[in-house]
Design a binder for this molecule. Structure first.
Ligand code: HEM
Length: 289
């Protein structure tokens, strides 16, 4: 384990190399932030925070962190995740599977933003997972929306919480498409979204499916699974996250659907970083030309 001084030195060394990494990947954007200091949207404090996340995920190994960042940028150039989050219209069938809530009044650090995944609402898994690329664009889009609500200049809101609620899981034999779908999401998130989750809760896991937890954990690095907690009672979420969560989850808040952060109504300007807004506008203009 490196000392805070060594860590600071590594962060500075890493940030100094951002221009080279950007050039190699031929892409200059991470989670809506510019990485090249020559750019007019660049912010050093954010660059340092992003560098810290990649270093931490790689146990402070600079070479591994550089490699992961480069691969992330190459993937972003190809996948265009900002478009998935803020430009593309996704099939409404996905709406019941994911909700983002944001409690600005939350005082405990890094639990303001919660990404709820309600895969128990999948009645027929094939209809969701069979067309994996389409599901992936929706799922990555949701992740990008959530990321825009974190603030990498605020140590109390630089991580999100994820809750998997498996209430009403209708099928007790796991469909192969579910295994394939969840594996793909996990791979993408592990590779390209390091250090964005503070905690993960799994609730309403039917006893008969507890083995799935053991299976899925094998796809996930130990650093991630350390943040997992299976809660036998969904009301226990409130004991961990406080009163702001819905009453169904043991809090005193409104129903989950009524707390859903609505990106369309709020207007993307409200949540998008200036750089993300600029890039999306540029994509839009280029398509028109
Ligand atoms: C991850 C779907 C059942 C445990 C995931 C993911 C999907 C998914 C799509 C990818 C991660 C994400 O979207 O953020 C489903 C479906 C299920 C099911 C449709 C219906 C039967 C279960 C059960 C458990 C479980 C019963 C037991 C606790 C996990 C774990 C992860 C995961 C541990 C990894 C979390 C992570 O690293 O982000 N699941 N799952 N799943 N699921 Fe499930």
């Amino acid at each position: 384990m490196s000392t805070p001084e060594e860590q600071e030195k590594l962060v500075n060394q890493f940030v100094e190399q951002f221009p080279d990494i950007v050039e190699e990947a031929d892409y200059d954007e991470l989670w809506g932030n510019q990485l090249d200091p020559k750019g007019s949207y660049y912010k050093e404090s954010i660059a340092k925070k992003l560098a810290t996340k990649f270093l931490r995920a790689n146990r402070w190994d600079l070479e591994l962190a550089k490699e992961q960042l480069k691969n992330t940028l190459i993937w972003r150039k190809e996948f265009n995740p900002l478009s998935a989050g803020f430009r593309e219209k996704h099939d409404e069938k996905f709406d019941v599977l994911g909700v983002i809530t944001y409690h600005s009044e939350q005082t405990v650090p890094n639990i303001k933003l919660i990404n709820w995944n309600l895969y128990g609402n999948v009645k027929e898994p094939r209809t969701i997972f069979e067309d994996l690329p389409t599901f992936m664009r929706w799922r990555v889009g949701l992740m990008e929306q959530a990321l825009q609500m974190l603030n990498f200049e605020d140590d109390t809101n630089e991580y999100m919480v994820q809750i998997h609620d498996y209430k009403n899981v209708a099928f007790l034999k796991l469909d192969p498409s579910v295994k394939k779908g969840s594996k793909s999401v996990i791979e993408i998130f592990t590779s390209y979204y390091p250090e964005v989750m503070s905690r993960k809760y799994f609730v309403n896991v039917p006893l008969i499916l507890s083995w799935v937890y053991t299976l899925v954990k094998t796809f996930v690095p130990k650093e991630t699974s350390r943040k997992f907690q299976v809660l036998s009672n969904s009301k226990d979420v409130g004991s961990s996250l406080g009163d702001l969560v819905p009453t169904d989850y043991g809090g005193k808040g409104k129903k989950l659907e009524d707390q859903r952060f609505n990106f369309n109504k709020t207007g993307r300007e409200a949540v998008l970083s200036d750089y993300a807004a600029y890039l999306l506008q540029k994509q839009f203009t280029e398509e028109l030309d």
